[in-house]
Design a protein around this ligand. Structure first.
Ligand SMILES: [Ca+2]
Ligand SMILES: [Ca+2]
Length: 269
């Protein structure tokens, strides 16, 4: 577990490399789709945190809302817009829908929302260690789920960003935002788009120092924290901006945050 390529982001705590053993588990072949999530909502009436709060974070080129519904642009990352009315059914804002996107990953899902889905489904979120083991697809110390070839060697391997981030996406992989979950090729374990397409929540609290102290068997993350782990990168990743579409890359957000490029997949015994 950890980065062996040297491409790590120093602040993210991708090292030290360490050996981890796990108990057997099964993992969804794809991230949870809009159709999957709709079954949960139909069954339970669940309302996501984005729906409760009344807004979520939308990438600027995906915006489909009136200017009056634009709540703000963070100065450091002005391509992320707080949009009133953005939620899993309206990924770009109130003028968007998920019609025709049933097989796309559900997005605008907080960690807490993902937990609620897992409880309903009799599943759970993967630990960070389970997620990385799964992403590697049986290959040891490789950068990507398919090995060490770059993402565009012999055709695009997953859905990330091409062009000049964040303004011009040349769409060489075919997708500005989400792609259907069974796009490109699965890894050696039959898992699709572990890296790219959408970030995926893991169950652990995030700590950049955790690998220095984590147990070698079935680590479950720090006892406490402020933010939960996200893994795998998204359609916004690009080597120049966010090279986190790698097996070992780590990110984080608070458990009530939702974004148009983050979803989840579940595991079971
Ligand atoms: Ca793309
Ligand atoms: Ca992914």
């Amino acid at each position: 577990m950890g980065d062996s390529s040297g491409d790590r982001n120093a602040a993210d705590g991708e090292v030290p490399l360490h050996r981890v053993s796990l108990d057997a588990f099964s993992m969804d072949a794809t991230s949870v789709t809009n159709d999957d999530f709709a079954r949960f909502v139909d069954d339970t009436g669940y309302r996501t945190e984005a729906e409760e709060f009344g807004f979520s974070a939308v990438f600027h080129l995906a915006l489909a809302a009136d200017e009056a519904d634009v709540l703000g642009r963070p100065p450091q990352t002005p391509w992320w817009i707080g949009v009133r009315g953005a939620d899993w059914r309206h990924p770009g804002g109130q003028h968007s829908s998920i019609d025709g996107l049933g097989d796309h990953p559900v997005v605008h899902i907080s960690w807490n929302d993902a937990q609620a889905y897992c409880e309903w489904a009799g599943r759970r979120l993967p630990t960070e260690a389970e997620w990385e083991y799964a992403a590697r697809g049986g290959l040891e110390q490789r950068k990507y789920p398919w090995g060490d070839d770059e993402v565009d060697d012999g055709g695009w391997r997953t859905n990330i960003w091409q062009g000049e981030f964040p303004r011009t996406n040349t769409l060489e992989d075919g997708f500005l935002t989400t792609a259907p979950v069974r796009s490109f090729e699965p890894n050696g374990y039959g898992l699709w788009q572990m890296v790219g397409n959408v970030w995926e929540w893991a169950s652990d609290w995030f700590s950049p120092g955790y690998y220095r102290v984590s147990p070698s068997h079935a680590p479950t993350g720090p006892e406490r924290g402020q933010s939960r782990v996200l893994r795998g990168g998204s359609y916004l990743c690009h080597s120049s901006y966010c090279n986190r579409y790698r097996n070992s890359a780590r990110s984080q957000n608070t458990p009530d945050s939702s974004m148009g490029n983050a979803g989840f997949r579940t595991v079971g015994r």
